[in-house]
Design a binder for this molecule. Structure first.
Ligand SMILES: *[C@@H]1O[C@H](CO)[C@@H](O)[C@H](O)[C@H]1NC(C)=O
Ligand SMILES: *[C@@H]1O[C@H](CO)[C@@H](O)[C@H](O)[C@H]1NC(C)=O
Ligand SMILES: *[C@@H]1O[C@H](CO)[C@@H](O)[C@H](O)[C@H]1NC(C)=O
Length: 407
């Protein structure tokens, strides 16, 4: 009798303890889950270099993996000897005609030039995985470069930015020579709102591409700013804004109807007219690009952070540090005007030639993948539907551009 009662009491105690145990650990379980979740999030932030923030704010964005897929596809195209340190050093492009594909591959860039890709964070470790929604105009940075001779027209560019965008956007002015030593210029520069002054160090370029007319400096400036900012405009000293109405471009970049790298006006001649054939040895042009396909001006270009943009900047940097690519032997800057029967490759436009080939190849590639991007030459490209800026070489202004005195 006593034993049975004792057994019952023990059973009740054990059952109660077991119940309390379950109750306690189920709560604890939630804490453990929460902690795991938090630390995972922290891990991701580290891996994403702080860009996780933007990704988090856009839960509805679909991950755009098109650029990545094309790199995967390239793996089958490139051979082991086309890589240096696991990094592709051969530019490859697939041209599509009717249903057949042709693989075009450039000459391999010297393995020693990978140093520049590392410097500008353009190697494959820096693949851009997020789709980042452009914030225009608030996030746009304006980049200008000038030496003392081009300072007066650069002042006019700053005046036109201030007129249409106000003082809120950051302006970066690169000194290509002599400005830092000029007290009058520096006095004004220090009082321009939101302006960051940087001196371009030409000795960072390989010795055979330091000439200003080789324009490797411009490619380096763009690569440097791309490391730091999501959306920026590169502006030559000839650019005159007529409006700030570029939002449409960024909406269209975001919805995939425009490539994330855009050039501005038409040069008045074709890409093939003003490109030395030697450049195609490194960066082959899609043969389906029509004979008289426009060459666009490189005097205003804008870049939005995207994997395809990283690719364009990567190949432009490799070309810029390779004299035979950026300026092959026999290049002449002066272009005779082009007629229907003009021979091809009459002159050469260095950086402008390289950016044009990379851009049109990208647009053809995206269209071949069924993405339907609008080409720069299409009637409905936003650059062709409204005049937003003009080119005024040697422009000047008497307007006061320094009104943020910090002293
Ligand atoms: C590659 O670059 C290195 C270092 O600048 C140079 O010594 C070598 O000759 C180059 N190779 C070729 C094939 O140009
Ligand atoms: C420019 O770069 C070179 C090589 O890195 C360096 O030795 C030199 O000090 C730099 N010049 C300036 C003014 O920073
Ligand atoms: C992209 O946006 C533009 C401008 O808002 C619009 O005209 C176009 O139809 C959109 N295209 C797609 C594919 O959504």
């Amino acid at each position: 009798m006593i034993t049975r009662r004792r057994n019952l009491v023990i059973t009740v105690i054990i059952a109660t303890l077991f119940y309390l145990y379950l109750l306690y650990f189920s709560h604890l379980g939630e804490h453990i889950k929460k902690d795991l979740f938090t630390s995972k999030l922290v891990d991701n932030i580290d891996k994403d270099n702080g860009l996780m923030d933007q990704y988090e704010k856009m839960p509805d964005e679909k991950y755009d993996n098109s650029a990545e897929v094309s790199i995967e596809k390239q793996k089958g195209i490139l051979n082991p000897e086309d890589y240096c340190d696991d990094e592709p050093m051969v530019y490859a492009h697939i041209s599509v005609k009717d249903n057949s594909k042709e693989v075009l591959k450039g000459k391999k860039f010297n393995c020693s030039t990978i140093e520049y890709l590392k410097k500008f964070k353009l190697t494959k470790e820096y693949k851009i995985k997020q789709k980042i929604k452009p914030k225009f105009p608030e996030n746009a940075v304006f980049v200008i470069a000038a030496d003392t001779g081009y300072y007066p027209p650069s002042r006019a560019v700053i005046a036109t930015i201030q007129k249409h965008f106000g003082n809120k956007n950051k302006i970066i002015l690169y000194d290509l020579g002599g400005i830092k030593e000029n007290q009058d210029m520096m006095k004004e520069i220090k009082e321009i709102c939101n302006l960051e002054f940087r001196v371009f160090n030409f000795s960072h370029l390989p010795g055979d591409v330091t000439g200003k007319k080789i324009f490797a400096w411009k490619v380096f400036i763009i690569a440097e700013v791309f490391m730091e900012y999501e959306t920026f405009f590169y502006l030559d000293s000839s650019i005159y804004f007529e409006t700030n109405n570029f939002g449409l471009f960024f909406d269209m970049i975001h919805n995939g109807s425009l490539a994330p790298f855009q050039m501005s006006g038409w040069t008045g001649h074709s890409l093939r007219h003003a490109t030395n054939n030697g450049m195609y040895d490194f960066i082959p042009l899609d043969p389906e690009v029509t004979k008289r396909y426009w060459m666009m001006e490189a005097n205003m270009m804008f870049f939005h952070r995207h994997e395809e943009t990283r690719q364009i900047i990567k190949w432009s940097v490799l070309c810029a540090v390779t004299r035979n690519c950026i300026e092959p032997p026999g290049s002449s800057l002066g272009c005779p005007s082009e007629r229907e029967d003009s021979p091809l490759a009459r002159c050469h436009r260095q950086d402008q030639s390289a950016y044009n080939i990379l851009l049109v190849n990208l647009e053809y590639k995206l269209n071949n993948q069924g993405k339907k991007v609008i080409l720069h030459m299409d009637k409905n490209h936003p650059k062709n539907t409204k005049q937003r800026h003009s080119t005024r070489r040697g422009q000047m202004t008497s307007e006061k551009i320094a009104h943020c005195s910090k002293s």
